[in-house]
Design a protein around this ligand. Structure first.
Ligand code: R5P
Length: 298
């Protein structure tokens, strides 16, 4: 049965690329908002007995989740043989512990919520840190693909004499994996976070890399403050303007403008979240993961 692939966010290009690569039929949907802000959804494609897949990046999740859950439930009611979620960016993973008394482990709450509506999930480089594997919190098969080989290929191809820099310990898993694959030197800095937008980075000996191009590698750039701190310290130590490479460019609160104003050479992201900085295409990687899940090869 030809799968149906619904695009539920504004990543139109990725939806088209995935339809093409999977030979899937684009799902047709009528969608609008009632005057009171509630979501209206009507599925126009025949779903009975067919796999129904939804592509929906979960950056800025709170506004996307209600339409997503409504669509999952509707597809099931209409007889879809399976409902799969392709979320190139998976939200709430950074809330992976109660950092202060009175807080919740919202990564687990969010996982329980999604697990009640989908049969499986495919994502790319979720922020696995204190939660080491998705199956610790997801009750449905959840495949975490890695963009590391694609990052390594891009850096090796595009950057002259790169030295990889991780802005904090949580970036180490990405920086070290990219460094190993591309056979490049790497350094990981130490970050102390004082608030949502206040971070401080300490820099080990990096002057010896002054004839290299620093490449800051992280999984997520959100407000940009983590990268910004690192950029300022590299500048103080006389390094060249860095190239910043991230899997997920959330780029909240004018982050991109701030990074360019701080003197970065270039910002590069994958198309997990659509943005003008997208230079690394995830569609083939995602398509292979989706095929695996549709066929039940968990
Ligand atoms: C957290 O450790 C992540 O790996 C990123 O470093 C962090 O989410 C980036 O956030 P921001 O851009 O807001 O500093």
């Amino acid at each position: 049965m030809t799968p149906l692939l619904f695009g539920l966010d504004d990543n139109v290009l990725l939806h088209e690329q995935l339809c093409h690569q999977l030979k899937a039929e684009p799902g047709r949907l009528e969608r609008r908002r009632f005057p009171d802000g509630e979501t209206y959804l009507r599925v126009l494609s025949a779903c009975a007995g067919r796999p129904a897949l939804i592509v929906c990046g979960l950056d800025r999740p709170d506004e996307k989740v209600v339409p997503l859950l409504l669509l999952c439930d509707l597809l099931r009611q209409l007889g879809a043989s399976q409902v799969g979620l392709v979320a190139p960016y998976l939200a709430y993973m950074r809330q992976d512990m109660a950092f202060n008394p009175g807080e919740g482990v919202n990564a687990a709450v969010f996982a329980r919520l999604l697990s009640g509506y989908v049969d499986w999930l495919v994502t790319v480089d979720p922020h696995l840190h204190r939660i080491a594997r998705l199956d610790e919190v997801y009750r449905v098969p959840a495949l975490a693909l890695s963009a590391v080989p694609l990052l390594a290929q891009w850096i090796a191809r595009e950057v002259v004499r790169p030295v990889l820099i991780g802005p904090d310990a949580e970036s180490a898993q990405w920086v070290e994996a990219v460094a190993a694959l591309a056979d490049l030197p790497s350094v990981v800095l130490t970050k102390v976070r004082h608030g949502d937008r206040e971070v401080e980075v300490s820099v080990p000996q990096v002057e010896k890399w002054s004839d290299h191009t620093p490449v800051l590698v992280d999984d997520i750039v959100s407000t940009g403050h983590t990268i910004l701190e690192a950029v300022q310290h590299l500048h103080q130590q006389g390094l060249k303007p860095p190239v910043c490479v991230a899997v997920h460019g959330i780029l909240a609160e004018a982050a991109e403008e701030r990074l360019h104003a701080a003197g970065i050479a270039r910002l590069v992201t994958t198309n997990a979240i659509p943005h003008t900085s997208n230079a690394i295409d995830l569609s083939e990687l995602l398509a292979s993961g989706i095929r695996q899940m549709v066929e039940g090869r968990y």
